[in-house]
Design a protein around this ligand. Structure first.
Ligand SMILES: NC(=O)c1ccc[n+]([C@@H]2O[C@H](COP(=O)([O-])OP(=O)(O)OC[C@H]3O[C@@H](n4cnc5c(N)ncnc54)[C@H](OP(=O)(O)O)[C@@H]3O)[C@@H](O)[C@H]2O)c1
Length: 296
């Protein structure tokens, strides 16, 4: 399988990109509304990707947090009305449960010239379209925390008023912090469960494997080094060879060897079924978060 075909080929799209917008009417300003873990990772990634601090803005609830971010990145803190007036792109990065007060603030000050990008798990574009003035383009995006190291996996979906040019802008913005794929919005709850929460499953697995190393008598530092590098190596093989994981696993599973003894235990304990059930539960929770904001 050639994995790169899954990735979005932004450069082939005959649409307006951040760069085109730069040439035509100056670089679009991006404001992150709610600069917590994901918002900060995005701001930091955009700076590393070549954006200037004065092309970025953010809003935060507490002045201490704002001061900390401004001192770390040189990016200006602002309020929602100023962000809506100044920025071409508003990236909503508050927790889903904090969305209603933010939409109350945003609705009177945003217009159809501004692109709204939601990173909020579970929240449909229809919520934003219902609460914001008619015609405001909304793109729903689901990134993940490897954004902190420039290795995010993001999936994006257009709302009713989002055109190809809006998707291209979001694609280019998120491709500075990782990879981007386009999906229909109906698949976003599955994406949230799979890659949005996905890094946590790998961390859980690594934690359990380090515990196993300690049980077998290895010093913690040695167990950590062995497992983390094994994870990096396995991920790199998956990404670089394009081979199916079954093929790569079979290559280290020799007849009557050590690996098959371990695999038998994993199957006996239902690890595969547990992962499938876990991801299904995450998908259901994402649906619930969205349903909580349905009208009536
Ligand atoms: N973390 C992930 O792995 C991940 C992955 C994909 C998508 N997401 C989505 O990204 C969003 C942010 O997640 P996160 O983990 O970054 O959460 P977070 O660390 O709690 O960040 C949210 C930030 O927004 C601030 N905030 C809340 N209401 C605000 C308002 N009205 N105006 C300005 N700032 C406000 C919060 O301040 P306080 O701390 O004072 O509340 C906090 O600093 C969520 O919707 C989540 O679903 C997260």
């Amino acid at each position: 399988m050639c994995r790169t075909t899954l990735l979005v080929a932004t450069r082939q799209d005959p649409v307006v990109s951040l760069t085109d917008m730069t040439e035509e009417k100056g670089r679009p300003t991006i404001a992150v509304l709610g600069a917590g873990k994901i918002g900060e990772a995005l701001l930091s990634g955009l700076l590393h990707g070549g954006r200037q601090a004065d092309e970025l803005l953010f809003t935060e609830r507490y002045p201490e947090r704002s001061a900390q971010l401004t001192s770390a990145y040189g990016i200006r803190a602002t309020d929602v009305p100023t962000a809506a007036k100044t920025a071409d792109v508003l990236v909503v990065a508050v927790k889903p449960q904090d969305i209603e007060p933010l939409l109350d603030e945003l609705a009177p000050v945003v217009d159809a010239e501004t692109l709204v990008v939601s990173l909020c798990a579970g929240l449909p574009t229809s919520l934003f379209e219902r609460r914001l003035p008619a015609g405001v383009p909304v793109v729903r995006a689901m990134p993940n925390t490897p954004m902190l190291v420039g290795e995010a996996m993001s999936a994006i979906s257009p709302g009713t008023h989002a055109e190809a040019e809006h998707l291209a802008v979001v694609e280019e913005m998120l491709s500075t912090v990782g990879k981007v794929v386009r999906v229909p919005e109906a698949q976003q709850d599955a994406v949230t469960a799979l890659s949005g929460s996905g890094p946590a499953y790998f961390f859980f697995l690594v934690e359990a494997m380090i515990d196993a190393g300690i049980l077998l008598g290895l010093p913690r530092a040695v167990a950590e080094a062995l497992i983390i590098q094994s994870a990096v190596g396995a991920a790199t093989m998956l990404a670089q060879t394009g081979e199916h994981p079954v093929i790569l696993r079979e290559a280290v599973t020799s007849p009557a060897g050590t690996t098959i003894s371990a695999i038998r235990e994993l199957e006996k304990h239902g690890v595969r079924a547990a992962l499938i059930a876990a991801i299904e539960a995450a998908r259901d929770r994402s649906r619930e978060l969205g349903a909580a904001h349905e009208p009536g």
